[in-house]
Design a protein around this ligand. Sequence first.
Ligand SMILES: C[S@@+](CC[C@H](N)C(=O)[O-])C[C@H]1O[C@@H](n2cnc3c(N)ncnc32)[C@H](O)[C@@H]1O
Length: 288
Amino acid sequence: MDEPSGTPAPPDGDDMDGLRLRTKGRLDPVDLRTDRPHPARVYDYLLGGKDNFPADRSAAERGLGKAPGLRDLARANRAFLTRVVRAAVEAGVRQFIDLGTGIPTSPNVHEVAGGHTPGARVVYVDNDPIVATHARALLTSAGDTAFLLADLRDTKAILDSPETRALIDFDEPVAVLCVALLHHIPDEADPRGIIERLTGAVAPGSLLALSHLGADLAPAQAAAISAGAAQDGVTLIPRDRETVSALFTGLDVLEPGLVPVPLWRPDTPVWDDEVARTWIYGGMAVKP
Ligand SMILES: C[S@@+](CC[C@H](N)C(=O)[O-])C[C@H]1O[C@@H](n2cnc3c(N)ncnc32)[C@H](O)[C@@H]1O
């Protein structure tokens, strides 16, 4: 696969040691922009992961100063991802395109899907070369999975890639996952147009699941986090419920609708303070 221009080829090591070696050696750390925070690595730090750098940790700590519940938010979002994958399998869907995969965090999509059905197929997509390194090593070692280093905005590259075409049967329903991703896409890149191109390509019965930081759920925290991210060079745009709902235009939104993620088909009772800390909407819709 051709890498997007300007993006360094990811190292092809198969473990963290390989990454460290190559980060010190063949790959210039500046090429991987480890000197700057990156959404995947900041999120990894919030989730308690180890695949992050000082710039990511500093950014996350600054974020926690403005929104102390960010760790809970990240964990609740990850739990939402698990529940939507399970719900997709229960709806009979066996193939997944996981956009904005992030650094592998167990249980990953193929692990959740594979735990509920044999033969699940997953294409993972992210634009971070470090995610690519970990994902190629960890996510594609078992079952029918592939990783694609691509930008969400280039939907044609994602839909037409050999990886996608090898695993996804576009005549059958597919679950398109955009979990904690679209708030990294600025308005001028037309998030709604991106979703329309993706959902336009998949068969009826396909599912779109997304989560998105909610500007109206915690306005002061959302504004502070967004402004802080902008200072770090990271696009982070919480949007209000109406704007996020519009991403589902043309699709049938499934129960319980677009809600703070802890309230999306919870497995256990949900406390009010948990919802208050978790200012991120989640929902799933089906293509009629
Ligand atoms: C907050 S993480 C979410 C990870 C995972 N989806 C989850 O919810 O647990 C956002 C991910 O989106 C990726 N991302 C951001 N902008 C992207 C873009 N334009 N194209 C592809 N991936 C992108 C980041 O690299 C990061 O891994």
